[in-house]
Design a protein around this ligand. Sequence first.
Ligand code: C5P
Length: 255
Amino acid sequence: MNRIITALDFADVSKAQELVDRLEPSLTRLKIGNQLFTLAGPAFVERCQKAGFDVFLDLKYHDIPNTVASAVEAAASLGVWMVNVHASGGPAMLNAARDAVKQYDRDAATGGGTRIIGVTVLTSFDRDELSATGLDIEPADQVARLATLARQAALDGVVCSPHEVGLIRSIAKNNFLTITPGVRPDPASAVPLGNISSHGGRPDDQRRTLTPFDAILAGSDFLVIGRPITQAASPIDVLAALAAEVQIASAQAAG
Ligand code: C5P
């Protein structure tokens, strides 16, 4: 299974296109977020899909149930592989979003269907930040609460830190995907990147990162990786090394 999702975080559409042209659908899926989608829109999504890539449309919808359901249905109509909503939108919004995806899949056969994923607590939130929004609890407790809501609404999984995968598994053991950003290759990993990576394993603005190997062993289903791939001198070589590392970890986790 192809478990790496490359985050296409670009301010320049032609740079994003250049990278897509250098990547391989057998090695990665693609994540298109607010910045690139605002600049390049559905046409860019369709170009990626025509090139054979599965697209995770990371727009983190959060609005009244009817509006979110309509947005999710619009995303599903593009045939994207995955879309996400804020789990803090509450049960009515989550149920409406899930029904919109299911309805669309039944009506229009999107080729395997669009997965719908919940965002729990943004990793940029610490206890103080949560408290400032009126939630005087530990972020991990809020993650658990929101993951439970996502599970109860029959979403397909959640986006979470690789350090939270164990917590999520204690809430939902099977058939519930964990999608984890905050992944950084270890320069001395099972498949060393050596000098093929000009990015190295630096954390950038990510905190408490895990290597691809450890994230898979922790139980993560899909790894979202941006700058270590997008800023590499040879993104395809880095991707191939990361995919090999993920394969070794997956075999170890299965055995
Ligand atoms: O470049 P890097 O590997 O840090 O990119 C990670 C990607 O995952 C970015 O697109 C970022 O917005 C996204 N993300 C994240 N942390 C979250 C949710 C999403 O880093 N909690």
